[in-house]
Ligand binder design. Structure first.
Ligand code: ZN
Length: 705
């Protein structure tokens, strides 16, 4: 019998963390070596615990690093998958601050996209632990047919560059060739016996040995940041609710089991039991994915329950387990990428029998997929026409008396927002766009490329993909008049402005003097008229001013001559672009010089004749309260006004939703918000709940997904 060990190394990956652990072990430091997985990891069908693969791999560490002070953590739990792994990784593994973690779920998970996502969740969770543990994986195999989740899992292992070892490529071929008989190494074609465990351990230790031998040179400096997830990654933040931490909204006929849990494999602990038909317990949880764990027992008959989410039956939980090998911790999915936000999960016993041996055991409810709002720290522009109202009235901590613009939601290099709090605190918006496309509904160009590649058909993806964060939201304080200007469209900007976006923008008037006006459009009848007026400086003839009031909305298409007049404050929603052609600047001087004009480009791009003014200005001053009112929608953005007085909840299907609070204060899904706050609700933020007294403007982009 000869195992082809080299064939078992499926991925060497980034071994820097493992090499650091080897170096520390060599120096005689203390290290904790943990093993996370299912029954094989737990040691099932090894004749004694010291003969299971995990103990044998640990023995390799002891033998290889005799000076090191090593601690062994076996976190294997039989018949459990990586979905449960996500929910228990913190408590069962990371709580011990392990230095090295082996993770294995290839015969517990199936080879499906669902398990690719849950496996990614657990791998990310382990890798992102604060002490930066070395993580490696391996794939067990079903010895009767060679099946496993290796295909799905290996995509994740390669993506995160973690070392991976395969039993399908090492042990299984020996069964195929007849060199080894199934029953020599496994009684049930799933769990190895002592001999099988020894072989599994040998494949892993060979791989570790190889990595160790490849030299303990300085690992490449890595940023430590994880790449963007391959899947929707809704399981990484799984929270497991047991009687210690659950939010129970009602309970009839269930009692909490508070007997202590001495060991992680004592799995029927800290839950709830019930034995009477009609017993009901309801929990409040939040997330897009919900699961329930309960005991299936071989002591028949046993009770049956149903699980409801928001009143709808999602699963029948049958505690009868027609097997001999023991009681099983069952995890049923109740919601998989459903609506986000809060849900009521109710478990009701629907069938009991007088001769039931055991009560129904409800072990836990698990919820995940809770996106956080991204609160942004704005950037500011100081301008000759700016003032102090952004500081005085909106509370921004910005010095100077020439603050013209607050770039509240911006990924533009000329003034970029940075996330203030939460998991992404300190990240620039442009970085998040590139590294976490899932936050923005996978609208980045990279996702388009990935989608095209998987479909094998370029161009089928529609148009709603962007090479950068597509929108920019500003509050503008015009103490004095802004220059008369015009913006190009995408086509012109791409050709003449280094591939920039064009600029379509719109304004919502926040404040305005009694007789306030804006410049929108011009009075030239045709192109030669236009040239005459501009080149001849006939500004009085050229400029068209329109009266405006607080609460007006004005759409400014590219090619529209426009200017904000002194005394006006407004919220501008625009394409992520900073290309402006100045037509006329009232002959003002900045630092003793006139600002640059762009006469030729302006004449190129100005639309002649202009749209009638009445088509551009629309009042939204008196929109109904506790309603979302769409003000404008085009191929670049949809902009809405939300007035809250009391309570308002609305469904959100946007790939991401920009939110600017312009008046008042209150709460958004429990987060305090006030005038001047700018935030982005990421993808999956399915239900928006606002309370308080506020005026809010939202914007998003159209999505074809
Ligand atoms: Zn403009």
């Amino acid at each position: 019998m000869s195992i082809n060990f080299d064939a078992g190394i499926k991925n060497t990956g980034d071994t820097s963390r493992l090499k650091k652990a080897f170096e520390r072990a060599e120096r005689g430091e203390a290290l904790t070596i943990a093993f996370l997985g299912g029954s094989i990891t737990q040691g099932s069908l090894a004749s004694e615990p010291s003969l299971c693969y995990a103990a044998r791999v640990f023995a390799w560490w002891e033998k290889t690093f005799p000076k090191a002070k090593l601690t062994f953590i076996n976190a294997g739990i039989g018949a459990t998958d990586s979905q449960f792994g996500c929910a228990r990784a913190a408590e069962d593994v990371l709580a011990y601050k392990p230095d090295v973690i082996s993770v294995e779920y290839a015969v517990n998970d199936m080879s499906t996209l669902h398990y690719m996502e849950t496996y990614e969740g657990v791998v990310r969770k382990l890798l992102s632990a604060e002490n930066e543990p070395a993580v490696y994986t391996f794939y067990n195999v079903c010895y009767d047919n060679g099946s496993s989740a290796e295909l799905m899992h290996s995509k994740i292992a390669r993506h995160y560059n973690i070392p991976a070892f395969s039993m399908q490529s090492t042990i299984y071929p020996l069964l195929l060739s007849g060199e080894v008989e199934n029953r020599d190494i496994t009684p049930d074609d799933l769990h190895p016996n002592d001999k099988g465990h020894e072989m599994v351990a040998s494949v892993i230790t060979y791989g570790l040995e190889k990595i160790k031998e490849s030299g303990l040179k300085d690992p490449d400096e890595k940023s430590g940041k994880l790449p963007a997830p391959l899947t929707a990654n809704a399981y990484e933040d799984s929270v497991r609710y047991r009687n210690k931490n659950a939010d129970i909204v009602s309970c009839e006929g269930w009692s909490a089991d508070e007997t202590p849990q001495p060991h992680i494999t004592d799995i029927f602990r800290n839950g709830w039991t019930a034995a009477e038909k009609g017993a009901k317990i309801a929990f409040k949880v939040s997330g897009t994915c919900i699961g329930v764990q309960y005991r299936r027992t071989i002591q028949l008959p046993a009770p049956v329950a149903v699980a409801r989410v928001d009143g709808e039956v999602k699963a029948v939980l049958d505690a009868n387990f027609d097997e001999t090998w023991g009681d099983k911790l069952c995890l049923d999915t109740l919601l998989d990428h459903g609506e986000g936000g809060e849900h009521i999960v109710e478990i009701e016993l629907t069938e009991t029998h007088p001769e039931d041996k055991l009560p129904f055991y409800l072990v836990s409810v698990i919820a995940s997929g809770n996106p956080e709002p991204l609160f942004l720290k704005p950037a500011f522009a100081h301008t000759i026409w700016g003032g102090t109202r952004l500081r005085d009235e909106y509370g921004y901590d910005e010095q100077g008396d020439d603050i013209g613009e607050c770039w509240g939601i911006s990924a533009h290099p000329n003034g970029e927002g940075v996330v203030k709090s939460g998991a992404f605190a300190g990240e620039r918006l442009s970085t998040l766009w590139n590294t976490h496309p899932e936050l923005f509904g996978f609208l980045s160009d990279k996702c388009k490329a990935a989608e095209s590649a998987s479909k094998g058909n370029e161009g089928e993806c529609g148009s709603a993909y962007y090479d950068r964060f597509p929108l920019l939201t500003k509050i503008i304080d015009a103490k004095a008049d802004l220059s008369i200007q015009v913006h190009p469209d995408d086509e012109y900007a791409k050709e003449h402005e280094n591939g920039s976006f064009g600029k379509t923008e719109c304004w919502y008037v926040l404040d305005c003097p009694e007789d306030g006006t804006l410049v929108v459009g011009h009075n030239a009848g045709d192109k030669s008229d236009l040239e005459d007026m501009i080149r001849g400086g006939r500004w009085k003839d050229f400029i068209r001013e329109v009266p405006v009031r607080k609460g007006d909305f004005i759409q400014i298409d590219p090619g529209t001559v426009h200017a904000i007049k002194g005394g006006i404050m407004l919220l501008e929603t625009q394409q992520n672009s900073d290309v402006t052609y100045r037509v006329y600047d009232y002959d003002r001087l900045q630092n003793g010089k006139p600002r640059q004009l762009h006469i030729e480009q302006s004449i190129d791009v100005i639309t002649v004749p202009a749209k009638p003014a009445s088509d551009s200005v629309k009042s939204f001053a008196d929109t109904p309260v506790n309603t979302v009112t769409e003000m404008y929608s085009c191929r670049y953005y949809t902009v809405s006004k939300v007035s809250v007085d009391g309570e308002l909840s609305f469904e959100n299907k946007a790939p991401f939703l920009n939110v600017s609070v312009l008046e008042g204060e209150g709460e958004l899904n429990g987060y305090a918000v006030r005038k001047g706050d700018h935030l982005i609700l990421p993808a999956g933020f399915a239900k928006v709940s606002l309370t308080g007294k506020m005026e809010v403007i939202t914007s998003t982009v159209p999505s074809n997904r």
